[in-house]
Write a protein that binds this ligand. Sequence first.
Ligand code: SAM
Length: 238
Amino acid sequence: MEGENPSLTPQAGHLYVVATPIGNLTDLTDRARALLERVDAVACEDTRVGGALLSKLGIKNRLVAYHDNNEASMAATLASRLEAGESIAVISDAGTPAISDPGFRLTRECHKRGLTIVPVPGACAATALLSASGLPSNGFLFVGFLPPKSAARRRFIREHIDFPYTIILYESCHRIEKLMAEMVDLLDGERCVCLGREITKRFETIRSGTLKDVSQTFKDGSKKGEFVVIIAPGKFTL
Ligand code: SAM
């Protein structure tokens, strides 16, 4: 289209890594919408979830499943389709692909083959909460999910007690009580933390304060939904 911003038109052989909302559907950028509508195919984790998401966003396009179980073979297949001149977008169920989500193998394969990879940034639960947390954000370690086994999780926390930068963790509703209990057990009650639940959604809750206070508020509140936990460096006070 004449006069249109060229970054809205997919190019042959380009992979677009497109962030989608983490709850609030109006967080999809105009560029993400245009590209998702116009690429030759959209690779997503699960075609039912991806299809439902695109339909809620009012976008129609061809979907191809790309998930943890077929990532290695699909990365090669999708890269070959790009080499043949298609344009492809990759999305995850929510937020930014490859951030605690599939996507990394595909971008790695595309780099190996000298293909062009274009990030289309947008929502990410970790940076959304960090930006609102009031905790130091000049340097941080994003860990994603801690291992499911208690001993490994406790080891990680113990080993990072004196870590000089902020730490960001993801946790599901199934393990958040366990994580909070482990933190209370191993960290000083005066340690500054931020707990974010259901970010950008109707029941969004963000609490920053000492671990003692935040864990008490957590105990009294709902444990449903999705969580991000941020731990400030030991010396920091709010
Ligand atoms: N790729 C996603 C991103 O960019 O944030 C993360 C996907 S990871 C599979 C899912 C985890 O992200 C959840 O268990 C939770 O820890 C976090 N998360 C995703 N959406 C969230 C939200 N709206 N509020 C709080 N945490 C969220």
